[in-house]
Design a binder for this molecule. Structure first.
Ligand code: GLN
Length: 214
């Protein structure tokens, strides 16, 4: 990879951002590597105490039912809710997007349709224009991916496939239906880090007061 790529260089400043990836199940290792390449102090997260120590959290792809059960089993839900209430960003990808929706953690005012693209085209790649990360299209790897079936007015749609939202943002919550950790394009991870440092584009109030919280 050579450190090149179109990512926005995060100006982490004196303190490195601590970004955790929920490691209950699924594709967490590639996220941890990508975040480290962007200069974050990235780590696998399995306990409430670890969640409490973070500036930003990634919920990776995998199997949404398994991840949701693991969150309950490991007592992570209150810590994730507190993280969200403090305005700290959360990035859910694929199964992680499902885990954030109204029927699961309820941190994204949206309902996801699982395996939405059907069994015949379970996995595919597409070049997407994603609002807020620059004009260059993003290569997106979809694996038995969901889409956003319905969402509330506070949810901004940043990218669509066939009219269906596949990248969305609501305040500190960012979600993508695909697997951004499987390419060299780290712009969504860079956006997450920008949101964590209070520099995220859009949603001006999101995250602005997080440093003072608790
Ligand atoms: N189909 C999976 C689910 O519904 C998500 C697939 C993925 O994360 N790649 O949980």
């Amino acid at each position: 990879m050579g450190g090149a790529g179109p990512a926005v260089p995060p100006e982490v400043g004196a303190e490195r951002l601590r970004v955790g990836v929920l490691a209950s199940q699924g594709d967490f290792a590639a996220h941890v590597r990508m975040l480290a390449q962007l200069g974050a102090e990235s780590m696998e997260v399995r306990t409430p105490e670890q969640v409490e120590s973070l500036d930003a959290l990634v919920i990776p792809g995998g199997e949404s039912t398994t991840i949701t059960k693991a969150i309950e089993r490991d007592g992570l839900r209150p810590a994730i809710e507190a993280h969200h209430a403090a305005g700290k960003p959360i990035f859910g990808t694929c199964a992680g997007m499902i885990v954030l929706d109204r029927l699961h953690l309820g941190l994204l005012d949206a309902t996801c349709r699982r395996n939405a693209f059907g069994r015949q085209i379970a996995s595919f790649e597409a070049d997407l224009e994603v609002e807020g990360v620059g004009p260059e299209p993003m290569r997106a790897v979809f694996i038995r991916a969901p889409w956003i079936e319905e969402h509330g007015p506070g949810v901004e749609v940043l990218a669509r496939v066939d009219g269906h939202p596949v990248v969305v943002r609501e305040g500190p919550v960012l979600a993508a239906a695909f697997h951004p950790e499987l390419t060299d394009d780290s712009r969504l991870h860079a956006l997450l880090m920008a949101m964590a440092s209070g520099r995220g584009a859009g949603s001006p109030d999101a995250g602005g007061e997080r440093k003072g919280a608790s």
